[in-house]
Ligand binder design. Structure first.
Ligand code: TIU
Length: 221
C-alpha cells in the first residue's frame, strides 16, 4: 500500500477509489464584488490559492483521478433558498440580489461561475448545492457510490465553512477524507489553522491533511 505523507499519520491511499472534490472555487467567493466581499471579507486571501488548486487539479487529471467540482448556488426563483439563509446577518448584498457580477449565488449568473482558470473539463461532475455541505440536497452521495469512490481529497473555499461541512458529511458516510492544506483557504487565517487542527485531532477524527506536493508525489509514484 502506498501512503500519502499526511497528518496525523500517512493517508492509506487506494488509488482506484480516489477522487478530488474542489469546493466552490467561484467568482462570488474569490473576486471583488461578489458574495464573499458583500459579507465584509477581504477576498484576496482566497485568490492567492488559485495556482495551488490548479496544480492539484492538473496533477489529479494526469494521474487519472476523477475531479468533481461543487458550486454553492440557488435557483432564480429562490425556491431552494431558506428564508433563514437569505436573511442571515446584515450583508450589503443578499443572495438573489443583483450585484456587479449578476445575481448573487444564483445558478447561471457570471459571479456564480467557477473561475476560468479552474473550469471543469467536459465530462467532469459538477454538483450545484444549496447548502454549505455538498451532500445536502444533491446527488453527490449516489454519484460517489455508483463510481465506488470511497477516498476523497478536498480543496477549495472556505476551509471552515463549505469545505469542513462537506468533509464532516463525507466522514459520516464512510469516506476517508484528506484536506489539501495549501489548496484551501479561509477569510480568517485563525479559522483555517483551527480547522486543520480539529480535522486531524483525535487520530484523524474527521480526516487527514497533507500538502499539495505530498499528494502529487504519491500520485506520481
Ligand atoms: N462565507 C463563507 O465563509 N463561506 C460560504 O458562504 N460558502 C463557502 O464556504 N463556499
Amino acid at each position: 500500500m502506498t501512503g500519502i505523507r499526511a497528518l496525523p499519520y500517512a493517508f492509506p491511499l487506494r488509488r482506484n477509489e480516489l477522487a478530488l472534490i474542489v469546493i466552490d472555487m467561484q467568482r462570488d467567493f474569490v473576486e471583488p464584488g461578489g458574495f464573499g466581499e458583500s459579507l465584509g471579507n477581504d477576498v484576496s486571501r482566497l485568490f492567492a490559492i488559485v495556482p495551488a488548486v490548479k496544480r492539484l487539479i492538473e496533477g489529479c487529471r494526469a494521474a487519472g483521478v476523477p475531479v468533481i467540482h461543487t458550486q454553492e448556488c440557488h435557483q432564480p426563483d429562490l425556491s431552494d433558498l431558506p428564508a433563514a439563509k437569505r436573511h442571515r446577518g446584515n450583508p450589503r448584498l443578499r443572495i438573489g440580489d443583483a450585484g456587479p457580477m449578476g445575481r448573487i449565488l444564483i445558478a447561471g449568473e457570471p459571479g456564480t461561475a467557477i473561475l476560468d482558470d479552474l473550469a471543469p473539463l467536459p465530462g467532469e461532475l459538477v454538483i450545484e448545492k444549496p447548502g454549505k455541505g455538498a451532500f445536502y440536497a444533491t446527488s453527490l452521495g449516489e454519484e460517489l457510490k455508483r463510481r465506488r469512490l470511497t477516498q476523497l481529497i478536498f480543496a477549495g473555499v472556505t476551509t471552515e465553512v463549505c469545505v469542513q461541512t462537506t468533509m464532516r458529511e463525507a466522514n459520516d458516510r464512510g469516506h476517508e477524507c484528506l484536506l489539501a492544506e495549501d489548496a484551501t483557504e479561509s477569510y480568517f487565517p485563525e479559522f483555517k489553522a483551527a480547522t486543520l487542527a480539529m480535522i486531524r485531532a483525535q487520530g484523524a477524527i474527521v480526516g487527514w491533511t497533507a500538502s499539495v506536493d505530498a499528494i502529487l508525489e504519491a500520485l506520481d509514484a
